[in-house]
Design a protein around this ligand. Structure first.
Ligand SMILES: [Zn+2]
Length: 475
């Protein structure tokens, strides 16, 4: 049996793992690369396998760095099935339709710009696909992809082939996120168990449940996004969040929260809902300036069976945990522009790493003001505008303009949808000494190596930090 690492190797994005058992070929995730240009460019490279020969793509969760290249697979002849949970299907559709639209808009802007600079010379025939930023897929490619989607619940073992059985378990990362267990009969007639962690959540998250523990495996493919960090506790994080909002209210300052549309936004709304409905905060004006996050919130409301107990109870008491007085969902671009005149408000907008979307306009209008608070609640990939601000670069380029960072910048890691070093080690410990090898993926190189060294010492098992397109024969 072959296992090939086609993404998220010594980097956080582009999750994609190819498994060939001899008579069955499948992928776990097929996500987009995100970050600096040279990373982004990888999305235009051919796949290191033949998409038309794949039987199944298992999707651990809806995030773009796990789902973003599936429409390309379909364009290139993939005709098998895509397997995930129901929330994963519905959320991935929102994510991918939004990405298709953004890519098209970006491409049209590029065409207009290149015509300007070349005095009417049409550049669309020249340059690499990447230089042109040609859309990787269209909305109709996304629609085609969802014709192939099959949903399965957590916890049931399903045979997809006479030699391959799988089971999805709750990864506690975002709604519907899964850990994947595979039982595979190899050509030599041996049973081997592979476990893909997907993205492992932080225990104690408000909406999703804690990650399931898995008892044993021959091979574990484990993420390590925060393999070098310890998050502050949820309680501390919530108190810090509250004190920033109170300070901003006194100063009549704006708060900008760049937020991922899925899970993080709902977690933030959930906390704000508790602050307002328990009268801890008064006269709070919150603008959710992200139609995509509003759509994702609607999906969340449809699947309370995926919530943990507290969130479900709130819902049963008749409280909508994602809505409170003072919250306005902004829909049109015109309404969004009108927010420029607002002072003393909270604006939640995407994209989560400030690489595009409406947050960029709000950053442009607010970042040079000393009485602006920017609160980062999620991971910022190297090379993104969000990362530059988090790293306190004194000057950043926003929409081509150099701007001074005068805003107060806060990072609240406790809201992260990823477990920290302690959580990941705890999760891996449940495997005991059973794994023959643990592969560390989905982390920056230094972090992956450091985390690998730690768990090797702790668990006494073999650890590997695979490189891009490295292939392993699993005996
Ligand atoms: Zn994720």
């Amino acid at each position: 049996m072959k296992l090939k690492f086609c993404g998220a190797t010594r980097t956080v994005t582009g999750s994609c793992y190819y498994i060939d058992t001899g008579d069955f070929k499948f992928l776990v995730d097929c996500g987009a690369f995100q970050g600096k240009d040279e990373v982004d460019m990888l999305n235009y490279e051919p796949f290191p396998f033949d998409p038309s020969q794949l039987d199944v793509v298992f999707l651990t969760h809806a995030h773009f760095d796990h789902s973003g290249r599936i429409p390309i697979l379909v364009k290139q002849g993939f005709k098998g099935r895509i397997i995930g949970t129901q929330p994963t299907r519905d959320l991935a559709k929102i994510v991918l339709l939004d990405a298709a639209r953004l890519q098209q808009e970006e491409y049209e802007r590029w065409l207009a710009r290149s015509k300007d600079t070349q005095k009417g010379k049409n550049l669309s025939e020249e340059g690499s696909l990447f230089e042109q930023r040609k859309p990787l897929f269209s909305e109709s490619d996304v629609e085609d992809m969802f014709q192939l989607f099959d949903i399965y619940p957590y916890g049931s073992s399903v045979s997809v082939n006479k030699n391959v059985e799988f089971r999805m378990r709750d990864a506690g990362h975002i709604l519907g996120s899964a850990i994947l267990e595979f039982w595979i009969k190899t050509a030599e007639g041996r049973d081997r168990k592979l476990v893909f962690s997907g993205d492992i959540g932080q225990p104690g998250a408000r909406i999703v449940r804690d990650p399931d523990m898995i008892r044993e495996a021959d091979y574990v493919i484990c993420e390590a996004t925060y393999g070098n960090r310890l998050h502050k506790s949820k309680d501390e994080t919530v108190l810090e969040f509250l004190s920033i909002i109170k300070q901003a209210q006194e100063e009549k300052a704006n708060i900008l929260i760049p937020s991922f549309a899925i899970e993080r936004t709902q977690e933030i709304l959930y906390e704000l809902n508790l602050f307002v409905e328990n009268k801890i905060l008064e006269n709070l004006e919150v603008y959710l300036d992200s139609p995509m996050a509003s759509k994702a919130t609607e999906v969340f409301k449809q699947f309370p069976t995926f919530y943990d107990e507290d969130a479900r109870r709130l819902l049963e008491k008749g409280d909508d945990p994602f809505h409170f007085p003072g919250l306005v969902a902004v829909d049109s671009a015109e309404e969004s522009k009108r927010l420029i005149s607002k002072q003393g408000v909270v604006i939640i907008a995407g994209s989560g790493m400030c690489t595009g979307g409406r947050i960029v306009h709000h950053i442009k209008n607010n970042i040079e003001k000393e009485n602006t608070h920017m609160i980062f609640v999620g991971y910022q990939v190297e090379g993104t505008l969000g990362r530059k601000i988090v790293d306190r670069e004194p000057e950043v380029r926003v929409m081509g303009q150099p701007l001074q960072v005068r805003a107060k910048v806060h990072t609240l890691g406790g809201f992260s949808a990823h477990g920290d070093q302690r959580d990941l080690r705890y999760w891996l410990r449940s495997f005991g000494h059973s794994p023959k090898k643990i592969f560390v993926v989905h982390a920056d190189e230094e972090i992956a190596i450091g985390f690998g060294t730690n768990i090797k010492a702790e668990l006494g098992v073999e650890v590997d930090i695979p490189k891009l397109n490295e292939e392993f024969e699993l005996k």
